[in-house]
Design a protein. Sequence first.
Length: 431
Amino acid sequence: MCYAIPGNVKSITGNLITVDYFGEKRKARNDFYNLQVGDYVYAQGGFVVQKIDEKDAEEILDTWKELFFELKKTDARLSRLHNDKPHLDKDFLKIINRATYGKSISHQEALRLLLSTDSDEKEVLFKSANFVRQKFLDNACCVHGIIEFSNICRCQCEYCGIQSSNINLKRFSLKPGEIINVVADAVIRFGFKGIVLQSGEDLSYSSEELLDLIKMIRKKFPVFLFLSVGEREEEFYRKAYEAGAKGVLFRFETSDENLYAKLHPDSSLQERVRYLKFFKDVGYLIATGGLIGLPGQKAESIIDDFLFAKELGCDMYSFGPFIPHIDTSLADDHAPDIEYVLKALSVLRLIDSSGKILVTTALETLHTQARRRALLSGANSIMLNLTPKEYAGLYDIYPRSSTVDSSVEEQVRNAQQLLKEIGRAPTDLGI
Ligand code: 5AD
């Protein structure tokens, strides 16, 4: 089941190592293990998460060998560029051509692409984003798992179904032992190498409890841990990093100050951004982003968000559509069209040729083919839901029944099948 490829350590400089995957070299940080050149490791998110026995590694590599090159071929075929449509608008093509050479595009140019309504232009935009992804990042694809461990939240974000005032929602919170069991299953049975621990802003989960949980997970399992627990004391985040959580998923939601203030009575954009800068300073990998298609959000503002996330030094972009929730004040608003969100992700890829771009679960609720289409429009990372079925439906940030019904086994099978079909490999993208 395990969808990850071990790499061979080629060089070591302090805590920075070079890892080889069938001749492809990637950099990774090693904070946890005593390594020597020739050792075999699993890396995730640019961090070494496990050292493995040579014999085991060689056996696994043997099963991957043929498939690895097969996948590359498939990806190369699917990411070929076809923008030989002579009737296309010259300005549009000029922007696309520059972007496909890895040149930066301006706010205005990005906006021109996002606002395009011509179906040929759209096709060229998607394909160009896929081309750029392949050119700069090859066929590597991260597969992370997310555990939503509590839907208790002190915040009142206007779009969110688990907002504190929602009295229609049954609240739950998994005990640390239950979370450990989910992690054990994910890592041992299914081979996950990266896990996000997410919850509402639930302060009944004390910092001590969370720190013990992180330590326990890191002690027992070779896994890269992302925290997504919202605004907590800085001291907690410093200690959590030391305890072994090396990533934070924390969206700024929108970089439009007025819109932010309207939607978030409990926080300010300034405070949100201060946190992100602080996480970066501590050393965390940051996954950040926002909502696409919020009521009152302008297309200009979405481009601002992309440029802002890049400027922050975002390691993984997490931008997904706004989906109205019936128990919120935005119940009568509409989710954006899937084509619009795909265009936005493609533009993001042209803005940052080498960042990781996540296909969010929110996007997956818009269409059964959304994951495939997003991966073919610039994205290169997916997230599977590990929350136990009896709770997943209660983590009701937006209506998403279709994506929380299937078992982990089924999700893993579907993901593997899709990645195989479109030629993506689980090599680590490195740093
Ligand atoms: N639609 C889409 N995404 C939402 N989130 C919360 N509510 C919604 C919604 N209605 C997202 C927020 C938050 C993440 C955990 O879930 O962006 O950061």
